[in-house]
Design a protein around this ligand. Structure first.
Ligand code: ADE
Length: 226
């Protein structure tokens, strides 16, 4: 899978996407991640990328031309399955969205910045607009990093034990069960005996029950979505 991210502040993406699982995905050649600095496509001597909004109002808008130049370069090189724009007014990101996007070969993610991007880029190129929640971030980079992380861990082979991604919270609309590791006793709290029993069938039943009761208690809306 290849993901191209277009950003005015690429530094924000470097660390989250070059460590841990996203790094492993790239090291295993299961992910090609390219971060494009929008300033490289800026206009004039000052490499301008933003301007005042027509009609007035606070904040700057990312100009159409630098974004278009970068997008055109990419779409002339290969076919993209989706051109995604990160924005608080997009559809809400979920595990299901991550599952669907992880099946694609080539994605572009455009990070908004300042007030947002010129509407004509949305009209001309963007195929999917995604929000990571009902709050406003300073830019789309952190949203793009969140989405990319959630997507790449689902690419087959990225996580050693395939089961590990399948047993994540939300994969089956259930939250994950509680986890314990050594020591068996910590500050007077014992690990549930069943987990020490070696009976894998009973452990799987216990975990499922724990997942169900945790979901009923914390996120009953997920059970109604089934
Ligand atoms: N950019 C600013 N806020 C955002 C959000 N909540 N989701 C995605 N992109 C954003």
């Amino acid at each position: 899978m290849r993901i191209d991210i277009i950003s005015a502040v690429p530094e924000l993406l470097i660390s989250p996407l070059n460590n841990s699982i996203p790094k492993k995905a790239q090291d295993k050649n299961l992910l090609k991640l390219k971060i494009h600095n929008l300033h490289d496509y800026g206009i004039g001597n000052y490499r301008q990328i933003d301007d005042y909004p027509f009609g007035g109002g606070a904040g700057m808008v990312l100009m159409a031309e630098p974004l278009s130049n970068c997008i055109e370069k990419l779409i002339n090189e290969r076919d993209y399955n989706e051109i995604i724009y990160t924005t608080p007014d997009g559809e809400k990101f979920s595990q299901q969205t991550a599952n669907n996007l992880s099946l694609h070969s080539n994605l572009i993610i455009i990070c908004g910045h300042y007030k947002g991007i010129d509407q004509r880029i949305r009209d001309l190129y963007v195929t999917k607009e995604i929000s990571i929640g009902d709050f406003v971030l300073s830019g789309g980079e952190i949203a793009a990093a969140v989405m990319t992380d959630a997507i790449v861990r689902l690419i087959p082979g990225v996580i050693g034990n395939e089961e590990s991604a399948l047993s994540d919270s939300f994969q089956d609309n259930l939250l994950a069960p509680p986890l314990y590791t050594r020591p068996e006793s910590f500050k007077g709290i014992e690990v549930p005996q069943i987990l020490l029993s070696g009976n894998h069938g009973k452990i799987a039943d216990w975990r499922l029950q724990q997942s169900i009761s945790r979901t009923e208690e914390r996120r009953p809306d997920l059970l109604n979505n089934k």
